[in-house]
Design a protein around this ligand. Structure first.
Ligand SMILES: [Zn+2]
Ligand SMILES: [Zn+2]
Length: 227
């Protein structure tokens, strides 16, 4: 399988069959890894029955109160996220966000949406912040305000994926600064992938310290098997 790094794709991004100008053909679309039914409402990890909290959230409640995930982070969703994040495959925006838009028809809405900030150095390397593109798209679809300047990454951090849990927490200490524009607001953080949850936890803590009343997380893909 090959993912073509083109901006406009008329064939399926995954199998190159005719997708009728959508990003994916109907077969690949229906094969995407959905989230399981029984999830911890706070962190979106699998639990034994719907609605109960996982042991980790019971013991150490995170600074965010809810997580909504569009898909499970497994094949071929990982390919799609990679193509979107590194290869300008923006035709995937609808596919990647559709389950979130659908879920939010039935959930209370936050006051504003905030993309996971990218450090300016990373932004220069990559050319765009994938979380900002996702957040812009969701803000348009859901008619919610978008906060683009309320939080900054104050230093470049190592890519979280390559670190252990302890290194992740250390890596992010003091990594975000949020200003008073978030005061009193219920904010949804938007990011592409949630792995350990330590990035959203640190950003949520910074938002709460700056006066946000509540924080939740919306992600395209949730890693369900974390170490
Ligand atoms: Zn296909
Ligand atoms: Zn949990």
């Amino acid at each position: 399988m090959q993912i073509l790094p083109t901006l406009w794709q008329q064939n399926c991004v995954l199998c190159t069959d005719d997708a009728k100008n959508a990003a994916l053909c109907p077969t690949c679309q229906s094969d995407l890894p959905n989230m399981p039914d029984s999830l911890c409402p706070i962190c979106a990890l699998p639990v034994s029955e719907p609605g109960i909290l996982c042991g980790s959230c019971l013991k150490h409640p995170p600074a965010y109160g809810r997580t909504l995930a569009a898909y499970a982070y497994s094949f071929p969703l990982d390919r799609l996220v990679h193509a979107f994040k590194y290869h300008h495959q923006f035709s995937l925006l609808d596919t990647l966000t559709a389950p979130l838009v659908e879920a939010l028809q039935y959930h209370p809405r936050p006051d504003a949406i905030l993309p996971m900030p990218l450090h300016p150095g990373r932004l220069r390397e990559r050319g765009y912040n994938q979380a900002l593109l996702l957040a812009q798209h969701l803000a348009r679809q859901l008619k919610l305000p978008l906060l683009t300047h309320s939080c900054q990454r104050t230093r470049a951090t190592a890519e979280q994926a390559h670190l252990t849990r302890e290194q992740r927490l250390e890596n992010l200490r003091g990594a975000f600064a949020c200003d008073a524009t978030v005061q009193g607001l219920h904010i949804a953080i938007v990011d592409d992938v949630m792995t350990s949850g330590s990035s959203v936890q640190h950003l949520a803590q910074s938002l709460k310290q700056a006066g946000a009343s509540a924080v939740e997380c919306w992600v395209v893909a949730r890693a369900l098997h974390i170490h």
